[in-house]
Each structure stands twice: as structure tokens, then as C-alpha cells.
Design a protein around this ligand. Structure first.
Ligand SMILES: Nc1ncnc2c1ncn2[C@@H]1O[C@H](COP(=O)(O)OP(=O)(O)OP(=O)(O)O)[C@@H](O)[C@H]1O
Ligand SMILES: Cc1ncc(COP(=O)(O)O)c(N)n1
Length: 270
């Protein structure tokens, strides 16, 4: 019996060191057996220690890439990561309005190193124009605080934020990631009707560069295969947890996660 080839698209910035951005997304799509495609917004010179330089592609080149996909390739799920400015957001929003596949937004604002990845004035545009198009948005705590305009300090606050992002800001569903909280790594998903919780033991490691990208890419890959949203998040949580547990001590800073950690033969490295 022949089966549809699941196809995932990421629209995001790059990471030459391979842990975050487009590179992390494509590795994740490949690992989870979804055909991976990418539209690049910005070329970022970065590594495990931080961001060294950023070059935003001209708008025409962004549009040309989006057209290349639309005119030729099937898309069964799409995610966005770093979109640096309003102009890019506007074009991507127009493209997404004509897209019928589920849209996963990782509302990337700063790199883990603290370096800003989007212009401050673009945040409002993201909130007002792209958020309502999502099937799911996946903010970490600082990103969720930025969206709702309130501090999040407790697990109860995380749940309230998830509900508010859906009910007041129009997201299809909201997954608030607790990587920045103490203790267990707890995430809350509000899908419009029910609050779901996904939790794992915290792995004692500094090598978490790209966890957010990897998580949202995994959700996208599962959605492209027709897995229902809550199951897709559960499977993606298992994937990202394994990728953190077997992460790599590469580079001088926060090392990358291990995208092949769920393969049967997991090697251990120095
Ligand atoms: N040390 C850890 N051990 C286990 N799980 C973790 C750890 N740190 C983060 N996570 C989990 O990884 C996923 C990504 O969460 P996080 O809040 O770190 O996102 P992010 O901030 O977007 O990513 P990044 O830290 O790369 O910027 C979540 O499921 C979170 O619970
Ligand atoms: C191009 C790009 N997109 C996203 C991130 C965030 O990744 P992280 O917060 O996991 O370092 C990044 N560092 N670079």
C-alpha cells in the first residue's frame, strides 16, 4: 500500500553550528521521517557561545523562496522560528493566510545566549497578526510574558498564560514551556478546551542550545503525518527530552542537543 509522503516546512533563521534554527529543524524533520524543506529569513553567524553577526535576506528573496515552495511542493505542516522584522512577518503572514496545513509558531525573540533575534517593535505585529493564524504557539516563559504582558512565576501562572494566549490572543493552542523554571521540566498545553501537562525529569546539563527549535520542529513533523495535536506534543516532548538527555558537549558554550538520540543504537560520547 502506498502512503502519502509527509512534508514539513520551516521558515526561520540559520545556525552554522547546527544546534538551532533551520539546521535543527531539518535534522528533526529527517529524524522523525517527515520530508524537510526550508525558507531562510536571516543568515545568522552564531555558535554555542552566542550570536556574532546577522544578515537579513532581502524581502524579494524571502518572497521568491515562499513562491518556490507554493508553486511546486506539498506542505503538510509549517513552522516559523526567527522572523526578524515586521516586513518579513507581513509577507509570511500573507503566505500563511493561503496555507491550509497546520501552522506551528515558535515565537523566537532572543537566543539562549541573550542576543536579540527580532526587532522589539516587531513583537506586537507577531502577536496581533501571526498568532491568530496558528494551530499552536510554543513560547518559553519570557516569550509568554512578552505576549500576555504579565510576569509568570508559578505553575498556576503558566496555565493562566496558556489559556489567555488562546482565549484573548487568538492562538489555536498554546504550549508554555517550563525550561526556565526550577525543578521538573513541566510544559502546559491549552488546546482551547482542556489543559494538558507534559513533564519530565530535569537533565543536569548546560547543553540545551536549540531545544525550543527542536521541540517545535518535532511537533510540526508529527502534525505533517496527521498525528492529532495533543499526541503530537506528547511525542515531541519525548523526543526533545531524549535529545537533551544525550546532548553533545560540543563548542565552548551551551552545546547542541542530540537529534538522533531516539535511534535504537544510542552511543555515548566523551
Ligand atoms: N534541563 C532540561 N532537562 C529536561 N528538559 C528540559 C531542560 N531544559 C528545557 N527542557 C525542556 O525542553 C523544552 C524546551 O524548553 P525551553 O523552555 O528551554 O524552551 P526554549 O527556551 O524555547 O529553548 P531554549 O532554552 O533553547 O531557548 C521544554 O519541553 C522544556 O521543558
Ligand atoms: C536562527 C535561530 N533561531 C532560533 C534560535 C533560538 O534557539 P535557542 O533559544 O534554543 O538557542 C537561535 N539561537 N537561532
Amino acid at each position: 500500500m502506498s502512503r502519502r509522503i509527509p512534508c514539513s516546512l520551516t521558515i526561520a533563521g540559520t545556525d552554522p553550528s547546527g544546534g538551532a534554527g533551520i539546521q535543527a529543524d531539518l535534522k528533526t524533520f529527517q529524524e522523525l521521517k517527515s520530508y524537510g524543506m526550508s525558507v531562510i529569513t536571516s543568515v545568522v553567524a552564531q555558535n554555542t557561545t552566542g550570536v556574532q553577526d546577522i544578515h537579513h535576506l532581502p524581502i524579494g528573496m524571502l518572497e521568491a523562496q515562499l513562491d518556490s515552495i507554493r508553486s511546486d511542493m506539498p506542505v503538510h505542516a509549517v513552522k516559523t522560528g526567527m522572523i526578524a522584522n515586521r516586513e518579513m512577518m507581513k509577507r509570511i503572514g500573507e503566505w500563511l493566510k493561503d496555507e491550509s496545513s497546520p501552522y506551528v509558531m515558535d515565537p523566537v525573540m532572543v537566543a539562549q545566549s541573550g542576543d536579540p533575534l527580532i526587532q522589539p517593535e516587531a513583537r506586537q505585529f507577531l502577536r496581533e497578526n501571526l498568532l491568530p493564524l496558528t494551530a499552536i504557539v510554543t513560547p518559553n516563559i519570557p516569550e509568554a510574558e512578552d505576549i500576555i504582558g504579565e510576569k509568570i512565576t508559578t505553575l498556576e501562572d503558566m496555565k493562566l498564560a496558556a489559556e489567555s494566549i488562546v482565549k484573548s490572543f487568538g492562538a489555536g493552542a498554546a504550549l508554555i514551556k517550563g525550561g526556565h523554571m526550577e525543578g521538573e521540566a513541566i510544559d502546559y498545553l491549552f488546546d482551547g478546551t482542556t489543559m494538558h501537562v507534559f513533564s519530565s525529569d530535569r537533565v543536569e546539563t548546560k547543553n540545551t542550545h536549540g531545544t525550543g527549535c527542536t521541540y517545535s520542529a518535532a511537533i510540526t513533523a508529527y502534525l505533517s503525518q496527521g498525528v492529532p495535536l495533543v499526541d503530537a506534543v506528547e511525542k515531541a516532548k519525548n523526543y526533545v527530552t531524549a535529545a537533551i538527555r544525550h546532548s553533545f558537549s560540543l563548542g565552548k558554550g551551551s552545546g547542541p542537543t542530540n537529534h538522533w538520540a531516539t535511534r535504537e543504537e544510542v552511543f555515548h560520547y566523551e
